[in-house]
Design a protein around this ligand. Structure first.
Ligand code: PLP
Length: 424
């Protein structure tokens, strides 16, 4: 049997309808911004493999750190024990985050980072004897696939089968240009009508919704309204974290700081699954008690895995290097130049960029007829041209590894222009 035949025999892929999906491509090697399939065909990874590896594939610096850790302390339970890699990650991360962030909680993936944030918010009020059970979230939000994260997510095709089984979530509009007042007034109304525990949001960029962007000034206002009403604020930076928006965190563009941060993608440079939720001292103190029942009863077997921590520490070092910061600035400038060239193209309906993220919404003659099929045609077009991109509906976006070269980036831009001319 070929690998593809064995895959079909044994595997169940994520987000995949196996009856209609194309046969998956077998990837055998990857380096920096390039990946190769089993036949030696080369692809540019224009989306950093689901936004996880900004420093490039098969990074030697991270690999060496992992090997060193694996051969000294690969894992130890985090209940009743601690270790230097976890302490170092916490210390370094808290220096990078806004100063109100004081406590670091480890888990395994973006969804669990969100799950921890939501559970801690609900229990924070429970511990105080206050009944606050509603979570506020954006329409079109994506926060992950575990139950609370799924409840907070607004993209309905992910969650349809589970309707009616969720914690209480109320939605407010994303404050994109023209909807700012609507978003603010809906938030005020929601807070007055429900007992809200927390507001969770993707700061400045909603990734899975198609890199939908909004301004920091409005998020400042939304957070301030929450603060005035004792509603906790949760920044889901799982996608935006670690340089993607041009600053270390999207929240670095804000003048007020959220109470909780969720981090995962890119935390270990795309090597080892790990996630972190960080909290203010005030929230931590809400669990600090002689009463065992007030503890946060949440944990995962691989919590603070030392190998993952070593990968995170190496990633922090790479992110902070002059070379990587120069790469981020370079991509940012290239994106701006490309947008000024392509923004007025007759087939481009809307376009936007922030940091290393760029998105174009392609005009379709009839939304109904073209929506699904155009997406698949674009995907196939990019793959056949040696570029890995995953359009969301008719939105094409780039979020490349920071180590992508200028000529690779130009190839991606040119292929997008070719797609605008040829794919209908
Ligand atoms: C990907 C993502 C998640 C979920 O992370 P997983 O590691 O896939 O569980 C949560 N929030 C945002 C904003 C994401 O982009």
């Amino acid at each position: 049997m070929t690998l593809q035949e064995k895959d079909a025999a044994y595997l169940w892929h994520p987000y995949t309808q196996h009856k209609t999906a194309a046969t998956p491509i077998v990837i055998s090697k990857a380096e920096a911004a390039l990946v190769w399939d089993e036949n030696g065909k080369e692809y540019i990874d224009a989306i950093a493999s689901w936004w996880v590896n900004p420093f490039g594939h098969s990074n030697r610096f991270i690999a060496d750190a992992i090997y060193k850790q694996l051969t000294s302390l690969e894992h130890v339970l985090f209940g009743g024990f601690t270790h230097k890699p976890a302490i170092d990650v916490a210390e370094k991360l808290l220096q990078m985050l806004p100063s109100n962030q004081q406590k670091v909680f480890f888990s395994d993936n973006g969804s669990t980072a969100v799950e921890v944030a939501i559970k801690a918010s609900l229990q924070y009020f429970y511990n105080k004897g206050e009944s606050r059970k509603t979570i506020i979230a954006f329409e079109d939000a994506f926060h992950g696939d575990t139950f609370a994260a799924m409840a907070a997510s607004g993209i309905s095709f992910y969650t349809l089968a589970f309707k009616g089984m969720f914690i209480d979530v109320v939605r407010i509009p994303v404050p994109v240009a023209g909807r700012e007042e609507d978003s603010i007034s809906t938030l005020k109304q929601v807070i007055s009508e429900h007992s809200c525990a927390a507001f969770i949001f993707e700061p400045l960029v909603l990734g899975a919704a198609g890199m939908v962007m909004y301004e920091p000034e409005i998020l400042d206002q939304l957070i301030t309204i929450c603060r005035e009403n004792n509603v906790l604020t949760i920044a889901d930076e799982v996608m935006t974290g670690f340089g993607k928006t041009g600053k270390t965190f999207a929240c670095d563009y804000l003048s007020v700081s959220p109470d909780i941060f969720c981090l995962s993608k890119a935390l270990t440079g795309g090597t080892i699954p790990m996630a972190i939720t960080t909290f203010t001292q005030e929230i931590f103190d809400g669990f600090y008690s002689d009463d065992i029942n007030k503890a946060l009863f949440h944990g995962h077997t691989f919590t603070a895995n030392p190998t993952g921590c070593a990968a995170a520490l190496a990633s922090f070092e790479l992110l902070g290097s002059d070379e990587m910061q120069a790469n981020i600035a370079r991509i940012q400038n290239n994106h701006k130049a490309f947008l000024s060239r392509i923004g007025n193209h007759p087939r481009v309906k809307t376009s936007r960029t922030l940091g290393t993220i760029l998105a174009l919404e392609i005009k379709t003659e009839s939304e109904e007829a073209y929506y699904g099929t155009l997406r698949n045609k674009l995907y196939d077009f990019f793959i056949s041209n040696g570029i890995i991109m995953r359009p969301v509906g008719n939105i094409v976006y780039i979020l490349p590894p920071y180590v992508i070269t200028d000529s690779q980036l130009q190839t991606v831009y040119q292929t997008i222009e070719k797609a605008l001319a040829e794919v209908y």
